[in-house]
Design a protein around this ligand. Structure first.
Ligand SMILES: *Cc1c(COP(=O)(O)O)cnc(C)c1O
Length: 487
């Protein structure tokens, strides 16, 4: 199947090439040229893994043996074989995406991406290894490390801001086993680490610095279609659960509320809809960094604002990369328009979409945000009212979902996507439900569990005892040299 760049001036590639390349040469993101035939009803009769096989086999048909890849990616890695369970909580259904190996929703995609990447690379006859470079503010780093550890033909190097991630997140990364993994703390903040990674990609873009090196660089970010596509599956899985419980029959529309950062998760929901899943509204939930709320309501995207540090840090973001794919799809694949808007974002820091495009966005999407106070109130209310413990990101989603129902009177079934275990953010959760937050994060985890009776996920409870394997701290100026020389 052919994939085209959202900005129109890169060569057309097949699905395997799109996965290997990640980003198109013109700076755009790859999107399929035409919608494939897809039997959504047949998909809904399947197990979660079989759904993934059908969806990924359809969208990435140039990667052979998808069934084996899906089995390898997921078997035995999640708490249950259904991978992403749903729970009825009050009037809503919570879709738990955090039951994977690192307790982050990113596991769903990052277990699959290494399989897709190595298989795609083999079909392309590429001989060099791929070195994945990732800057992380916390969650992506560990999920990527776990996904890529000891995968043949791939290495991974993660940079995190020294002192800028939680103690649990740091412990998760620095204890990571595997012969192909490297982790460094960078003296600086997340932007420094991210800028450092972009600088490395740019410095290596013409291939000269990598001449004679046994590897090529790639990214595990959701700009890669191989990271995005696996996220479509859980929308089908949630819909199937509602059918199985007799809450809906096939064809009834379901709304999904998605705690959003880079717009990958919610875009996967839109792709599910394009594949025939009866999706009603997709509701975009943000924290105080509400650039997407403003955009969806007004049609103007304006990044010229301060970045707030919030209690839902995985959504602290001002430029949501995957929005570009939505603009492309909703404008009738108007790559010229997308290139123009993205150019404006770079030069002016803002852009406004044409009226028709704004209307198309409003038809499928709705948006709102929750500040830290509302987020904490929601965690407490959901716990007190329903006995359900949720993390701050999920609470943002819950708050916005309630607002949506109150403001629109739309009572179609609502699925709230839950993107992290509450134990990844023990301090914020404890303080919201009125617990004592003294001690370190490991003390807080124990106290949270004692207070609520909710079990600590095994991958987090054992962390404190594991040996630290990656204790390097480097200056941001040394990131490039570290990547080039130390392999
Ligand atoms: C990454 C992340 C998000 C945001 O997902 P996007 O696909 O970037 O929109 C939300 N919550 C958590 C916990 C995350 O790790």
């Amino acid at each position: 199947m052919n994939y085209r760049s959202t900005r129109g001036s890169a060569a057309v590639v097949n699905s395997a090439q799109a996965v290997v390349k990640g980003l198109a040469e013109d700076g755009g993101l790859y999107m399929m040229e035409a919608l494939p035939e897809f039997d959504a009803k047949a998909c809904l009769a399947k197990s979660t893994k079989d759904m993934a096989k059908q969806i990924l086999g359809t969208l990435l048909p140039d990667i052979p043996d998808m069934d084996t890849l899906v089995e390898r990616a997921y078997t035995g890695k999640f708490q249950t074989e259904e991978l992403t369970p749903t729970v009825c909580v009050g009037d809503f259904t919570v879709l738990e995406l955090f039951r994977g190996p690192t307790s982050a929703f990113k596991d769903v995609a990052l277990c699959m991406l290494p399989q897709l990447l190595t298989a795609a690379k083999a079909t392309q006859g590429m001989e060099e290894d791929i070195l994945i470079l990732t800057a992380t503010s916390g969650d992506t780093g560990k999920a990527a490390l776990a996904g890529f550890a000891d995968v043949p033909g791939v290495g991974i190097c993660v940079f995190y801001p020294n002192g800028g991630v939680s103690a649990v997140q740091r412990a998760q990364m620095v204890t990571q086993p595997g012969n192909n993994v490297r982790v460094y703390a960078v003296e600086g903040n997340f932007d420094d680490a991210q800028t450092g990674v972009k600088t490395i990609f740019n410095a290596c873009a013409d291939g000269k610095l990598l001449e004679g090196k046994p590897f090529r660089l790639s990214s595990a970010n959701s700009i890669n279609i191989g990271r995005l596509a696996p996220q479509i599956t859980y929308y089908f899985k949630a819909y199937k659960d509602l059918m199985d419980r007799g809450q809906i029959t096939f064809g009834d529309e379901v709304n999904f509320c998605v705690p959003t950062g880079n717009f990958g998760d919610i875009l996967a929901g839109y792709l599910a809809k394009l594949l025939g899943l009866p999706v009603g509204r997709l509701i975009c939930a943000s924290n105080a960094n509400n650039v997407l709320t403003d955009f969806i309501r007004t049609g103007t995207y304006d990044r010229r604002r301060p970045l707030h540090k919030t209690d839902s840090p995985s959504m602290d973001i001002l430029v949501s990369s995957n929005l570009e794919r939505l603009l492309y799809l909703l404008s009738g694949q108007n790559a010229g328009l997308v290139a123009e808007l993205m150019g404006k974002l770079t030069t002016d820091g803002s852009y406004t979409v044409p009226e028709e495009l704004k209307a198309a966005i409003e038809e499928g999407f709705w948006a709102d945000y929750a500040g830290d106070a509302e987020t904490a109130d929601t965690m407490r209310l959901v716990w007190e009212k329903y006995g359900y413990l949720c993390d701050p990101h999920t609470a943002v989603g819950w708050y916005v979902a309630e607002h949506y129902v109150n403001q629109t009177g739309d009572h179609r079934p609502m699925v709230v996507l839950s993107t992290a275990s509450p134990y990844k953010f023990p301090s914020a959760v404890l303080s919201a439900i009125g617990g004592d937050t003294s001690g370190d994060e490991f003390d807080q985890m124990d106290r949270l569990s004692a207070l609520t009776g909710v079990a600590i996920p095994g991958n987090l409870s054992g962390l404190k005892e594991l040996p630290e394997r990656h204790t390097g701290v480097i200056a941001k100026e040394d990131m490039l040299a570290t990547v080039l020389n130390d392999k």
